[in-house]
Design a protein around this ligand. Structure first.
Ligand SMILES: Cc1cc2nc3c(=O)[nH]c(=O)nc-3n(C[C@H](O)[C@H](O)[C@H](O)COP(=O)(O)OP(=O)(O)OC[C@H]3O[C@@H](n4cnc5c(N)ncnc54)[C@H](O)[C@@H]3O)c2cc1C
Length: 447
């Protein structure tokens, strides 16, 4: 679709950052086309990847394209009077054990890149475990001695980039949804999932909902996040997998003590620890994670089936809690950096689903075989921060106007190796059914 116009009707499947941002971009550029955003639920979608208490906003990337785009998006968030109240610029610390491995290289590249950009003034260096610990707990706080740790020390040295921030992702998505509602050309159909894309003679003609209703459109965009492989054959380019997240309620004294801490992340162990927000702290582990392999009808040929992983969440399984081994992993990590919380009950937990590509590059491209069908997915653990600009880029892709470097990077084609844009720990992605745990069952060990 190379011309700078759009068909009269556009369907967007998915009201996460890709879908909402694109709906707004279309409405702002072209008031006439009727845009229908369809989601399983009403935004902010509780189990959608874009909805959470916090997301990191950072602009230091080894990849210059993401770095430039992230810096632009961050400036837009800071200048946006409705997003600004949900944005907290408290810095982000990147800590390493210093032991060799691919993530040590990512850590080194991140620091070198920051310094090469002349941003040394916004960096605080931590040269010892004591300095790392005190950046979280305040001057004079002492980390546990080696004799009290069951494992080799992991929080040894690092740096904090004071330019980085976190944002309340749920409230920001609410802002974005409400902006869409104000646009006369955008309507929402929430509550009934899309069953499949309608395809006639190699052309997408809209969607069929799970209740059998058919909705027609001249252009259909699949922005269904980790659910996307259910609707388009992504040929293994994305892995839908989930990582563990937990929340711990804090006392007023703890909130006062930690309220100015930075997001604190360990690039060897994958732990992310967030500053207090609304009386609680969030922790997550960028572990290899879990998948939920199921057999589904082939999206392009319903007479065939396809094996793929799609999210299993608390919407369909309300009593699910994170696997036992995931809980153990989070607590093990807290023992060294946040010892007073290591045995505190979790208020709640969840598995957060990612649509992850091998290189962490997104897929924003026309479907190679089906006319009138576009895809915007593969957010890979780092797409949220692009919320203010990603919709315009999707629209540029629809018009085949993306600069060549972005068109190539986001092509509907197999991706390359991980370049450290959103690194996850390496290892086997486990089948969730073997580890699933319900709050009704109590603790079931698979260690
Ligand atoms: C634990 C975790 C931490 C992260 N941290 C960061 C971070 O700090 N910074 C950052 O920039 N990024 C981060 N990310 C990545 C970022 O959150 C995602 O890349 C981004 O939110 C993905 O958005 P999306 O629109 O693709 O998916 P989603 O938000 O999941 O939206 C997809 C929508 O499609 C809907 N849908 C699916 N199937 C159907 C159907 N059949 N019919 C109708 N609707 C359907 C779903 O209900 C959902 O609302 C993180 C991700 C995770 C998992």
């Amino acid at each position: 679709m190379a011309s700078q116009t759009l068909p009269d009707s556009v369907i967007i499947v998915g009201a996460g950052i890709f879908g909402l941002s694109t709906a707004l971009a279309i409405a702002r550029r072209y008031p006439d086309p009727k845009v229908t955003v369809i989601d399983r639920q009403t935004p902010p979608v509780e189990d959608g990847t874009s909805v959470d208490t916090t997301r990191c906003i950072r602009s230091v990337y080894a990849d210059p394209d993401y770095g430039r785009l992230a810096a632009k998006a961050q400036r837009m968030i800071e200048a946006d009077p409705e997003l600004k109240p949900h944005y907290f610029k408290q810095g982000m610390s990147f800590i390493t054990s210093g032991r060799p491995g691919p993530l040590l290289e990512v850590w080194k590249k991140g620091l070198a890149h920051l310094e090469s950009q002349g941003k040394g003034g916004s960096v605080v260096h931590m040269k010892t475990p004591e300095e790392v610990f005190q950046r979280v707990h305040g001057k004079g706080a002492e980390p546990a001695p080696d004799s009290k740790l069951s494992k080799e020390r992991s929080w040894n040295y690092g740096y904090c980039n004071l330019e980085d921030a976190f944002i309340d992702a749920k409230e920001s998505i609410r802002v974005c949804y409400e902006r869409c509602l104000e646009q006369p050309s955008i309507t929402f159909r929430c509550g009934v999932p899309v069953h499949r894309i309608s395809i006639q003679n190699g052309r997408a003609t809209g969607v069929v909902l799970e209740n059998g209703e058919v909705l027609a459109a001249g252009l259909t965009l699949v922005a269904a996040g980790a659910w996307s492989p259910r609707l388009v054959d992504l040929e293994g380019m994305i892995a839908s997998s989930a990582i563990e997240v937990a929340w711990i309620k804090l006392t007023d004294e703890e909130v006062a003590k930690w309220k100015n801490m930075s997001i604190t992340t360990n690039l060897n162990t994958g732990l992310n620890l967030f500053p207090p927000h609304k009386g609680e702290t969030k922790i997550l582990r960028r572990s290899p994670g879990y998948k939920n392999t199921v057999t589904v009808p082939h999206p392009e040929d319903p007479s065939k089936t396809l094996q793929t992983s799609i999210p299993r969440t608390t919407v369909s399984n309300p009593t699910d809690v994170i696997p036992f081994e995931a809980e153990v992993g989070l607590r093990d990590q807290l023992r060294e950096i946040m010892p007073s919380l290591a045995d505190r009950p979790f208020d709640r937990t969840k598995l957060c689903w990612l649509s992850h590509t091998s290189s962490s590059d997104f897929i924003i491209a026309p479907h190679p075989r089906i006319q009138g069908l576009h895809v915007a997915t593969g957010g890979s653990g780092h797409a949220w921060k692009f919320l203010p600009i990603i919709g315009d880029l999707v629209l540029d892709s629809v018009h085949d106007k993306l600069p060549k470097n972005l068109k190539d990077k986001w092509a509907y084609a197999p991706k390359g190796a991980d370049m450290g844009n959103a690194s996850m720990l390496r290892g086997e992605i486990k089948e969730l059914r073997d580890y699933v745990r319900s709050s009704d069952d109590g603790v079931r060990s698979r260690l």
